[in-house]
Write a protein that binds this ligand. Structure first.
Ligand SMILES: Cc1cc2nc3c(=O)[nH]c(=O)nc-3n(C[C@H](O)[C@H](O)[C@H](O)COP(=O)(O)OP(=O)(O)OC[C@H]3O[C@@H](n4cnc5c(N)ncnc54)[C@H](O)[C@@H]3O)c2cc1C
Length: 328
């Protein structure tokens, strides 16, 4: 294979894209990840609000399989992940221990993608707007008109966003792959970060797992160990989020603070809202990735493929890289 053939462009620097990059790079491929946001991590997202540190996307992760367990062990050894708890309180505030470890990033979820990206060629604040095939290679164009070429292309964005890219140039997606990808769907999530003036009422270890409506989850980022200042993250349930997704920010903020009122415990100093249009996968694809074309290869991956959540996304990124390596 030529050097250009053993090169890959990865769109998206969430956990799936970063692990795909790392796996390919370890086998000698030239890999470039393009990420539209200013920082890496995607839905593993940590933000500072008024001096408080908040995880506003994924809150924790669990480990089921050996391949992911080996990665998590590496992260723990590197000091960028640690166990948070072995259960959370339910909506009644009573702790429900079940013995299974839940992990967090050491300084918030972005610790982990930040660590993975450190030796990779990741270009942030680069939004891909068009993909096409030119002379047998993938050509990716960004919103500023920059072009990147690669022998292979991996798309890791939530599938509706990746699919929109495939219709941007003269490339035609194979109808069968398109049909399978169009079945995938996600739930939205409205996530409110509220910086507090003092401690919250959330019991140890700092999470209320409701798994319902109108609220799904409330966490205390101070008790979690990622923030020196008190503050809570409030996630609305999928139905409430869908119904209120386009409401104005003040209205959503007021409603979520009212709904979480019993757990706040201290006055709210400042808030910030994230509208996750694609949060949890509602309908997934059964395989860990989907290869739409072989020459040149185009692979879709991310948490919508195989198992969901952070572990599923991680394994999907690795599966996409494995596919390319098998074909090389
Ligand atoms: C509110 C919320 C709570 C969650 N809670 C949990 C939890 O507690 N536990 C758990 O395991 N999972 C949780 N999840 C799910 C978990 O975060 C995801 O499954 C996982 O992070 C997905 O990783 P990914 O790499 O597949 O996608 P993403 O993290 O979405 O990465 C895709 C990347 O592609 C980028 N991108 C998109 N379009 C473009 C473009 N055109 N050009 C360049 N870049 C682009 C995006 O900016 C993003 O960085 C939660 C998610 C949300 C939103």
């Amino acid at each position: 294979m030529s050097e250009l053939e053993r090169s890959c462009i990865v769109v998206g620097a969430g956990i799936s894209g970063l692990l795909a990059c790392r796996e390919l790079k370890a086998s000698g491929w030239r890999v470039t990840a393009l990420e539209k946001k200013a920082s890496v991590g995607g839905r593993m997202a940590t933000r500072s609000v008024s001096g408080g540190n908040f995880d506003h996307g994924a809150q924790f992760f669990t480990v089921r399989g050996e391949r992911f367990a080996a990665l998590v062990e590496e992260w723990i050894q590197a000091g960028i992940a640690e166990e948070w708890s072995r259960g959370f309180a339910g909506p009644d505030g009573k702790f429900n221990p079940d013995g299974y470890p839940r992990y967090r990033g050491s300084e918030g979820m972005t610790s982990i993608p930040g660590y993975l990206a450190r030796d990779l060629d990741v270009r942030t604040s680069v939004r891909v707007t068009e993909i096409d095939i030119r002379e047998g290679f993938w050509e990716v164009r960004t919103e500023t008109g920059t072009r990147f070429s690669g022998g292979a292309l991996i798309l890791t964005a939530p599938v509706p966003q990746s699919l929109a890219l495939t219709g941007s140039g003269s490339f035609e997606m194979p109808a069968n792959s398109r049909r399978q990808l169009e079945k995938i769907s996600y739930d939205p999530c409205l996530a409110l970060m509220a910086r507090l003036d003092g401690p919250s009422n959330i019991p140890e270890p700092g999470g209320i797992q409701i798994k319902g409506e109108p609220l799904d989850w409330i966490s205390d980022n101070f008790q979690k160990g990622i923030s020196e200042a008190p503050g809570v993250t409030i996630h609305a349930g999928p139905r409430w989020s869908r119904e209120h997704f386009e409401d104005d920010e003040d209205r959503i903020t007021r409603s979520l603070l009212e709904l979480a009122d019993g757990w706040l415990g201290s006055p709210v100093i400042e808030t910030s809202l994230t509208r996750w249009r694609y949060s949890w996968v509602a309908i997934s694809h059964p395989q860990p990735c989907l290869q739409a074309t072989t020459s040149p290869p185009l692979i879709f991956c991310g948490d919508a493929f195989g198992n969901a959540k952070i572990e599923g996304a991680a394994l999907s990124g690795l599966a996409a890289a494995d596919r390319l390596l098998e074909q090389a």
